[in-house]
Design a protein around this ligand. Structure first.
Ligand SMILES: [Zn+2]
Length: 408
């Protein structure tokens, strides 16, 4: 046995457990494991959770606040200013900002991440050329998926389809777009599915974002998913418009989404900031009701989306803090809901990006985090700083909290 974790508290189980790890995988979970291990880590009664999974982030657009003009803080300004900032993107610049996010994420305990990578007339293939080497370089600490992403539309930019295919040929893992910025969103969706079929890859859309009166595109995505046999291979981020549906309509679309095997991610730090800007009082929250979707069998997650740019000025890339934000804003009020919320940043988020078997069970990869908390409620309540991170059975990061009180 390579590694043994003792005195581990596990979600949904009473008393403390030992976890044995061999060849990067969980070999056994028991009250007591007699076999000696090369390394033993005493969890001291703390909670051991599956590695955090950030299913939706933009590494290439992180940390841009020092180079944009920031006057209204609106979505339109964010799109315009970020497009202008992209003119200055270089491989070295994207890599420097991405490294900062990735290294922080590893320390937070994020063992898998899906980053969108912009492909548009301005950046062209600079983003994918910057991020491909990092996927390899940081494989010791994080499983990084790269989702080729047409942020500025497809049908409105001749040549983008070719660039998207080139980016996939270079090594993109997933294909996606933001149909809401395309003058022909339905054709945009069809093109993305066609590329997915060509490259046999998963699909990831930024969908049904904003709070305008445009009809939902989700029914069309459900139909395309079923027509093309792409069940369990489609993930949708934002889906803020679902937050505005009355219960009957929400229940119906949730059932259809579950039947199509489509996953949905709430992105609360962006959506709380960007939505309902015209509301003068009683401002709506605009967050996908992922807890209700989960009740209907939809695979759901919560993710960070952005780190300190005009779409999301606040945050540090810690997806556990997104659980705190989601639990507050969706008013998740029971221990069962708290456990569901944590699953949205671990096992369910992993499933959403095509990584099943992420729970703590024999045979699964040993991607684990020891949190300085003794319950799930405490873990999502305070997102503790002190964490020990294990990736494929190796201890790869440890954060400690040092506090000094100068009492007089
Ligand atoms: Zn996004």
């Amino acid at each position: 046995m390579d590694l043994k974790i003792t005195n581990a508290q596990l979600i949904g189980r009473s008393h403390l457990w030992e976890i044995g790890i061999t060849d990067g995988k969980i070999a056994a979970i028991a009250d007591f494991l007699p076999e000696p291990a090369t390394t033993t880590v005493d969890a001291q009664g703390k909670l051991v959770i599956p590695g955090l999974v950030d299913a939706h982030i933009h590494l290439d657009k992180a940390y841009l606040l020092d180079r944009v003009r920031w006057q209204t803080g609106t979505f339109r300004e964010a799109l315009q200013e970020t497009l202008a900032a992209k003119q200055g993107f270089t491989v070295a610049d994207i890599q420097a900002r991405s490294r900062r996010v990735i290294e922080q994420a590893i320390a937070f305990g994020t063992t898998a991440m899906r980053s969108h990578v912009e492909v548009d007339p301005v950046v062209q293939l600079t983003g994918i050329n910057a991020l491909l080497p990092l996927r390899q370089e940081y494989a010791w600490g994080i499983t990084l998926q790269l989702a080729i992403f047409a942020q500025e539309g497809i049908t409105n930019h001749p040549g983008i389809e070719t660039l998207l295919r080139q980016a996939m040929s270079l090594g993109g893992d997933v294909i996606g777009s933001a149909p809401y910025v395309d003058p022909d969103p339905e054709q945009n969706i069809r093109i993305v599915f066609e590329i997915a079929q060509e490259f046999n890859c998963d699909v990831d859309f930024h969908l049904d974002f904003l709070d305008d009166d445009a009809p939902l595109l989700l029914p069309m995505v459900i139909a395309e998913t079923q027509k093309r046999g792409w069940q369990q291979r489609v993930c949708l981020g934002h889906m803020t418009k679902l937050g505005g549906l009355p219960p009957d309509a929400l229940n119906a679309i949730a059932t259809a989404t579950a039947d199509a095997g489509i996953a949905i991610l709430a992105l609360p730090s962006t959506d709380l900031y960007m939505m309902a800007r015209r509301d003068t009082h009683n401002v709506r929250r605009g967050i996908a009701p992922v807890h209700t979707l989960a009740d209907h069998g939809v695979t759901v997650g919560v993710a960070t989306n952005n780190v300190q740019n005009l779409f999301t000025p606040f945050g540090d890339g810690d997806v556990l803090k997104m659980c705190t934000l989601l639990a507050q804003t969706l008013q998740l009020s029971t221990i069962a809901r708290h456990e569901q919320c944590l699953a949205m940043a671990t096992t369910q988020a992993a499933r959403a990006i095509g990584l099943p078997n992420h729970d703590i069970a024999p045979g699964n990869v040993a991607d684990l985090v020891i949190l300085s908390a003794t319950s799930v409620t405490e873990a999502i309540g305070a997102a503790p700083i002190a964490r020990t991170v294990i990736k494929q059975g190796k201890m790869i990061a440890q954060s400690k909290l040092e506090q000094i009180l100068f009492a007089s």
